[in-house]
Design a protein around this ligand. Structure first.
Ligand SMILES: NC(=O)c1ccc[n+]([C@@H]2O[C@H](COP(=O)([O-])OP(=O)(O)OC[C@H]3O[C@@H](n4cnc5c(N)ncnc54)[C@H](O)[C@@H]3O)[C@@H](O)[C@H]2O)c1
Length: 255
């Protein structure tokens, strides 16, 4: 399967950028949805083209209904309805506990990581119409969808909500041929984990908690996304696939 139209949100950075390049290498047309950094988006597009795919860049704020609509409309005008959506746009937790968390912070994270997922999923589906046909939605969630951390209430709640959004969508869209799955990464070396890339002691301290002894690479998450969007995953829907080197199995450490 190649030559599909693939929309990747958050595609100018980290896991989204790796997904864009991986779908490009599979011979797909990739729409790079980016938030603010146009140069980074163009670099992602160049990587897609270098890998053998086609690329276009489109500005989109995932929490803004009109922006999401305009971005999908631009893709549909150029290439027709998308067959694959990878939603990687997201903000990270800040370490602020609930008693100190401002309502604005809570809203910003829920708007981006959860409402954004709803808006891009809905626009992807309506762009395809009601006829049946193979399609795939992949949301980049997190192990924090179920493994909570103090200081991450906004993020954990958003990713936890994303789980049930993915499951509901999977049930609603199965008969039309759209499979909907979540990828739940552990610690992946991206700009979201900037300190782990520059502070080697900090990184090693975190990596000691990972049974495989190392953080993951964005390309490893991208390989999973390409698989989940492929015909080899044709019977997988409503699933949450953990990719964390075993990290989330260590929750009872010290019990
Ligand atoms: N890196 C990790 O360890 C890790 C672990 C688990 C889950 N995740 C998830 O993976 C996804 C990608 O994160 P990453 O690690 O690549 O980080 P990243 O910061 O490199 O990428 C996040 C992307 O989201 C985009 N974005 C942020 N707000 C946006 C908005 N309002 N509208 C549109 N785009 C917006 C950013 O521009 C950026 O391209 C996120 O959903 C994150 O929660 C990451």
């Amino acid at each position: 399967m190649s030559g599909r139209t693939v929309v990747v949100t958050g595609a100018e950075s980290g896991i989204g950028a790796a997904c864009a390049a991986a779908f490009g290498a599979a011979g797909d047309r990739v729409a790079i949805f980016y938030h603010a950094d146009r140069d980074a988006a163009e670099a992602s597009a160049a990587a897609v083209r270098g890998a053998g795919g086609e690329a276009m860049t489109v500005q989109a704020q995932v929490e803004d209904e009109a922006s999401v609509d305009a971005a999908f409309a631009a893709v549909e005008q150029a290439w027709g309805a998308a067959a694959v959506l990878v939603n990687s746009a997201g903000l990270n937790m800040t370490g602020v506990t609930v008693r100190d968390m401002a309502l604005d912070q809570w809203r910003r994270l829920i708007d981006t990581d959860l409402t954004g997922a709803f808006l891009v999923s809905r626009r992807f589906l309506t762009g395809r119409g009601t006829a049946a046909g193979d399609a795939a939605i992949i949301h980049i969630s997190s192990i924090h969808a179920y493994a909570v951390r103090a200081g991450g209430a906004d993020y954990c709640a958003a990713k936890g909500g994303l789980t049930t959004l993915v499951e509901t969508l999977a049930v609603e869209e199965a008969a039309r041929g759209t499979r909907v799955n979540a990828i739940e990464p552990g610690m992946i070396l991206t700009p979201m984990n900037a300190r782990a890339q520059t502070d080697i002691d900090y990184r090693h301290a975190l990596e000691r908690n990972i049974p495989m002894g190392r953080a993951g690479k964005p390309e490893e998450v991208a390989d999973l996304a390409v698989f989940l969007a492929s015909d080899r995953a044709r019977y997988i829907t409503g699933a949450r696939i953990v990719i964390d080197g075993g990290l989330s199995l260590m929750q009872a450490l010290g019990a």
